[in-house]
Design a protein around this ligand. Structure first.
Ligand SMILES: Nc1ncnc2c1ncn2[C@@H]1O[C@H](COP(=O)(O)OP(=O)(O)OP(=O)(O)O)[C@@H](O)[C@H]1O
Ligand SMILES: [Mg+2]
Length: 302
């Protein structure tokens, strides 16, 4: 059997299954119906995978033989065996440990991810509120069961193929607002579960299991109503004073290796001037050369 033949036989089987052969193709289907070259069909016929039901000068009618059917069926059985077993996500107790505060978001996400059936969550809000960090933590614990993608950089093959190939249980989408139209359309049906119609080859794919989607976006207003409706939307609001201080101290000490004292100083000096954690990180990175006060002055102006 030549490389690619199995794929062709699969397509033929799918074509036959989606038509009433007795009524529509009594004399067999032709190469035009399955869009496979006559020479290729002739080869499959000679190899015993196709029956020649009818032959005239202008029409050669084929049908899959028992052998052809068997090959397709055994391939499908293989596929099912290869599909990862549906398992509940095993989330560690310290799942969101590196995220400071946001207790309700943590509780909501954990509940959604361990629910019997999917509840999709969209984290929305201004920059630097740990949205991406939430997705990152989920990816870390879900491992192979998760697929991460960034809306602005979805792969050329598209969401459809990605999900078909990797069969993830969790889809993590950062920058959802930047996802292209084709992927967004695929996402809409994936989120409802069940059958997906692959536009490219008119094929269908039954998702082996349901998908949980967790996404993040800066902007809600550019998302379509039907997309928003599929998500539990959690709007994150900018940190108030005390939260900002706590987050900055935590991030600088844990992630930037800044001594606790200096972290405290930076947090206090920035208090009231900015609510962006990234400002504090920049100050911390320049402090060794400039000192905290000077770094703040140069970065934020007067
Ligand atoms: N609550 C928090 N706990 C721990 N780190 C935080 C928290 N909030 C912000 N950060 C830190 O701030 C930085 C930005 O966080 P993150 O990238 O997750 O933000 P975001 O909400 O995705 O922002 P954007 O909308 O710009 O993509 C990171 O370095 C992150 O560690
Ligand atoms: Mg982000």
């Amino acid at each position: 059997m030549k490389e690619g033949d199995l794929e062709l036989l699969n397509e033929i089987a799918h074509f036959e299954d989606s038509h009433n052969l007795e009524r529509e193709f009594r004399i067999g289907w032709s190469w035009r119906h399955v869009r496979i070259w006559p020479a290729t069909l002739n080869r499959l016929f000679k190899d015993g995978y196709l029956d020649n039901v009818f032959r005239s000068n202008s029409y050669t009618g084929y049908r899959l033989t028992e052998l052809g059917r068997k090959i397709v069926a055994s391939e499908q059985a293989d596929e099912t065996a290869r599909t990862p077993q549906e398992q509940k996500l095993d989330l560690p107790a310290d799942l969101f440990e590196d995220i400071i505060g946001h207790d309700e978001v943590k509780e909501l996400l954990r509940a959604c991810l361990t629910a019997e059936k999917p509840v999709h969550v969209l984290l929305a809000g201004p920059p630097a509120l740990a949205k991406t960090l939430f997705l990152w933590d989920i990816e870390q614990s879900a491992g192979e069961k998760a697929v991460w993608l960034v809306g602005s950089a979805t792969s050329k093959a598209g969401l459809w193929d990605l999900v078909g190939e990797r069969q993830p249980q969790v889809l993590l989408i950062d920058e959802l607002d930047k996802m292209n139209a084709a992927d967004t359309a695929a996402l809409l049906s994936m989120m409802e579960g069940g059958r997906l119609v692959r536009a490219k080859r008119g094929r269908e794919l039954d998702l082996e299991h349901q998908i949980w989607v967790v996404a993040a976006t800066n902007r809600l207003n550019v998302l379509s109503p039907e997309l928003k409706s599929r998500f539990a939307i959690r709007q994150l609001t900018p940190y108030d004073r005390s939260k900002y201080l706590a987050v900055v101290k935590g991030v600088l000490v844990r992630r930037e290796d800044v001594p606790a004292e200096m972290a405290e100083e930076i947090a206090n000096r920035l208090d009231g001037r900015t609510q962006d954690v990234r400002d504090a990180v920049r100050v911390a990175r320049l402090a060794p050369q400039l000192g905290v006060e000077r770094a703040i002055k140069l970065l934020l102006g007067d």
